[in-house]
Design a protein around this ligand. Structure first.
Ligand code: PGA
Length: 263
């Protein structure tokens, strides 16, 4: 199965810097048939980058969107407005949930809006450190999934990507707090079981599940090799071209060895 490597640039780089950085990525990121590479710049850079990137090499994603298609919603950007500029949209990223207090209802509406507009939602879920120490992981990520996917049709579930990002493991590059591969494997099992429960066994097996949280080129092999993981959502290291390119290269090697095993 294809791997997904998605770079989340967060609130970094102005339009000019974004364009220069994409030119650097164009030279460093390998184009691989077995890896879908997506970069998520800020909204303002999407339009110029949509004319600059080579779509065979990478696609564009937005970091968020509003759930109404149009109307009097000052300052918001809808999935309808993103059509033609982005192919993917991150929904419910932990910073949206915890810094901007987005709730499960809003996130559910956003997932629907993204699908309604023919784009791919990347539904981000994950527990906080306290929720983990309270032993609530299964319950928290189960609830986030049920709520986020509630109105997704059985014919739409194949379009959805899930990113499992334990909140405590995000942006820890100064003092890395890394999850153990078995923690991620356990979470993936919960995610696939929940999706199977809601949409059937095939959907649970087929849905793409990504890991996110302090991924770099040194730990990428470990995380991308976790059973059931189909890719990575990369924050900080997606802004360092050789790191991001290295992660894409590793993803391709792992996809190839998995394909060889299946033959
Ligand atoms: P990080 O961010 O790789 O810097 O931890 C991941 C994310 O927030 O998606």
């Amino acid at each position: 199965m294809k791997k997904f490597i998605i770079g989340n640039w967060k609130m970094h780089l102005n339009v000019h810097e974004a364009s220069l950085f994409v030119a650097k990525l164009a030279q460093t990121v390998p184009t691989k048939r077995n890896v879908e590479v997506v970069i998520c710049p800020s909204f303002i850079a999407l339009q110029p980058l949509s004319l600059q990137i080579n779509y065979r090499q990478m696609k564009l994603g937005a970091q968020d969107c509003y759930w109404r298609d149009s109307g009097a919603f000052t300052g918001e950007i809808s999935a309808t407005q993103l059509r033609g500029l982005a192919q993917y949209v991150l929904v419910g990223h932990s910073e949206r949930r915890h810094v901007f207090d987005e709730d499960d209802r809003e996130i559910r509406f956003k997932v629907q809006a993204v699908l309604r507009n023919g784009l791919v939602p990347v539904l981000c879920i994950g527990e906080t450190a306290t929720e983990r120490s309270d032993g609530d992981v299964e319950h928290i990520i189960g609830d986030q999934l049920v709520s986020g996917l509630l109105n997704v049709g059985a014919d739409q579930i194949d379009e959805v990507l899930i990113a499992y990002e334990p909140v405590w493991a995000i942006s820890t590059s100064d003092k890395p707090i890394l999850p153990e591969p078995q923690d991620i494997e356990a979470a993936v099992k919960i995610i696939r079981a929940q999706v199977a429960h809601m949409f059937g066994r095939e959907a649970g097996k087929n849905i793409a599940v990504l890991y996110g949280g302090s991924v770099d080129k040194d730990n990428a092999r470990t995380y991308l090799s976790v059973d059931g993981i189909d890719g990575a959502l990369v924050g900080g290291k997606s802004l360092i071209a050789p790191e991001f390119a290295g992660i894409v290269e590793i993803a391709s090697e792992i996809a190839k060895s998995e394909a060889d095993k299946d033959e």
